[in-house]
Design a protein around this ligand. Structure first.
Ligand SMILES: NC(=O)c1ccc[n+]([C@@H]2O[C@H](COP(=O)([O-])OP(=O)(O)OC[C@H]3O[C@@H](n4cnc5c(N)ncnc54)[C@H](OP(=O)(O)O)[C@@H]3O)[C@@H](O)[C@H]2O)c1
Length: 252
């Protein structure tokens, strides 16, 4: 298939602008779900399991569909990078979503997240399969290897941290407790830190504008969220560990 290079660049730029706008317009209030949800009688909600499962599904299926309809073989580097992108969403859909004990999710936030996942998945699937060329030389490059290593370290942190959070609650509970263990000993947003490391690693491994834009978007979306979670804990729990930071151990 032809590479829609201009579209790839515009979408990537769009995600960076969207991330920066999010930082500017959500300085006082974070995206309205979870503990930052703004309640109103008119807001329709769906169970968290359903919301996460449905909204993230396109991010897994679209790259696979693009691979299937392309009907041609690709290099090992391309398969590894596409697999890396998909494995993140496989985990989010078939592990995180099905096990979450989160509170009900606003329908409009689920729809917005689903749209984001569709466009983002098309952007990465199309770029990896039809625009980039990851030959054997690239697979031996230190940026590819270090980037993939970073991605999987970040993913391990993210999964372990989400596991800790999930197990703070008994089934049916929706209260908040102080998370302990793993990187939560250092930061309040350990799961977010893991996710940001993941996408920075992916950006390094692909060395591409679309992947860089996803890393920037994630930093802009969940970085401030980590800060507001941190403030929430400090206000709610007098005994909250003083040395714990919001997102970056010992620094911020
Ligand atoms: N790349 C991106 O742009 C992006 C954007 C959003 C999310 N994500 C990823 O998606 C995953 C979920 O994100 P999220 O914003 O929902 O994370 P979160 O606010 O940390 O919540 C994760 C889950 O743990 C529960 N939880 C959190 N803190 C808790 C506490 N102190 N006590 C008891 N339960 C607690 C939450 O319940 P409640 O829902 O009831 O609060 C939710 O079910 C994360 O891995 C994140 O990295 C990525």
């Amino acid at each position: 298939m032809y590479c829609f290079g201009d579209l790839v660049n515009y979408l990537s730029l769009g995600f960076i602008v969207l991330g920066l706008l999010h930082v500017v317009f959500h300085r006082k209030a974070q995206a309205s779900y979870g503990r930052h949800m703004r309640f109103s009688p008119t807001v329709r909600t769906v169970p968290a399991k359903v919301a996460w499962f449905l909204q993230e599904m396109p991010a897994f299926l679209i790259p696979l569909l693009l691979l299937l309809i392309s009907g041609k073989p690709f290099s090992m580097g391309t398969y590894l990078l596409l697999g890396t992108f998909c494995i993140h969403y496989f985990q989010r859909i078939f592990v995180f979503s099905l096990l979450t004990r989160g509170r009900p999710f606003p329908l409009h936030v689920m729809l917005a997240a689903g749209l984001f996942c569709c466009v983002n998945a098309f952007l990465h699937g199309h770029y990896l399969l039809h625009c980039a060329h990851f030959d054997d030389e690239w697979s031996a490059d230190y940026r590819f290897k270090t980037g993939l290593l970073l991605f999987y370290v970040g993913m391990a942190i993210n999964i372990h941290s989400d596991y800790i959070l999930r197990n703070l609650r008994k089934p049916g509970e929706i209260i908040y407790k102080i998370p302990t263990g793993g990187l939560f000993e250092y930061v309040s947003g350990a799961n977010y830190l893991g996710e940001i490391v993941e996408w920075c690693g992916y950006a390094m491994a692909t060395w591409s504008f679309p992947a860089m834009s996803l890393a920037v978007f994630s930093l802009c979306f969940i970085g401030p969220r980590a800060y507001y979670h941190h403030r929430f804990y400090q206000e709610k729990f007098k005994e909250y560990p003083k040395s714990r930071k919001a997102l970056i151990p010992f620094i911020f």
